[in-house]
Design a protein around this ligand. Sequence first.
Ligand SMILES: *[C@@H]1O[C@H](CO)[C@@H](O)[C@H](O)[C@H]1NC(C)=O
Length: 379
Amino acid sequence: MGRLQYWAIMTLSSPLWLAARARLTARFLRNPVRYCRKVDRRAMTFPDPVDGMAHLLVDNNGVKLHVATHGLGTGKPLMLFLHGFPETWASWRHQIQEFAGQYELVAMDMRGYGESDAPKGVKNYTIDYLVSDVLVVVKAAGHAKCILVAHDWGGSVAWHTAALCPEVVDKLVVLCSPHPAAFKDPKRFTGEQLKRSSYMMMMLSSVAESHIRNSDFREVERMLVEAPFGARRAGTFSQQDIDRVKAALARPGSLTGGLNYYRAAIAQGTKWRLEAAERIYDTPVVAPTLLMWADQDLAFLPQMFQQGEDKLVEQLTVVCLRDCSHWANQDRPEQPVLGRPASTSNRGSMIMLKVDASSATGVPSSPRPGTPRLVPKQD
Ligand SMILES: *[C@@H]1O[C@H](CO)[C@@H](O)[C@H](O)[C@H]1NC(C)=O
């Protein structure tokens, strides 16, 4: 059944891949030199948003994660930031400036991105690995819990972390990332939303790498700054910001790493039947949750951010950001990120993420968080 669903999705997506291939071929024929253009950004350096940041590596069972930190060890609560596709920790530069000194801050490069390792294989990007990265980083930072702030794909990881490991998440702030259950709810995931999500189906094929990489990552620039998808405010992304994103995507394995999140998401929900992926549909989030959506976010219709009949988020506040694109943390950095009551409720015990061995899916054995180790990053 799951396998059938998987192949149905792949078959339905294949016309999109063919169309994308045709577009790329046309683009190549129009201007082969431009199509093949590559800029070497390896020598570029990018400044930190505030002074006194420390860049560290955290080891999760052999996968090294780069974290940009500020104020660790000062005894303040931990605020942990998870970025989305196709960005890096630096997408949180405004929030780091805002909250430096008030919290211990950690913005991670998620696996497959930026200066974190990009392990090979789609299976290395299933949600249990992504959640285990968060757990390891929280522990390595010397904390038991965090205020988890997340955007886009980071949001999906954050929803799973908050639901499946409630003890680790004190409060949850999600931008432009619907609860995973919204994607399965016909009232929220309508035909119109399916159209908006069709880019996700494009990501399932290797054509996506060419689509994004050609002409010196032209597509990245289009996504970030050009209408209709790009930031609403001119200057939201400086040339340096764009270079930083492109430089990160050009690292070996990086672009495929980011795309593998989409590929793993489809496979884990269908043919792999990953337990952590299934449990999200009946495990409520107990942490007080602030969900922000943007009225000009072309990826999602507003209904995707409504609470479903399942009431899977126990304490939910939903805020609409007006005249704001998908890139909300950068387009509207003045947003009220933490207008939350201080109350928290912790319920349930820590749930170990594990894979059902009997499902014979070939998914690697449960990625238990390794022993966290913080080591200074060499430049
Ligand atoms: C996951 O990544 C590790 C480290 O790069 C690699 O050794 C392993 O083969 C990968 N697993 C799969 C299933 O691809």
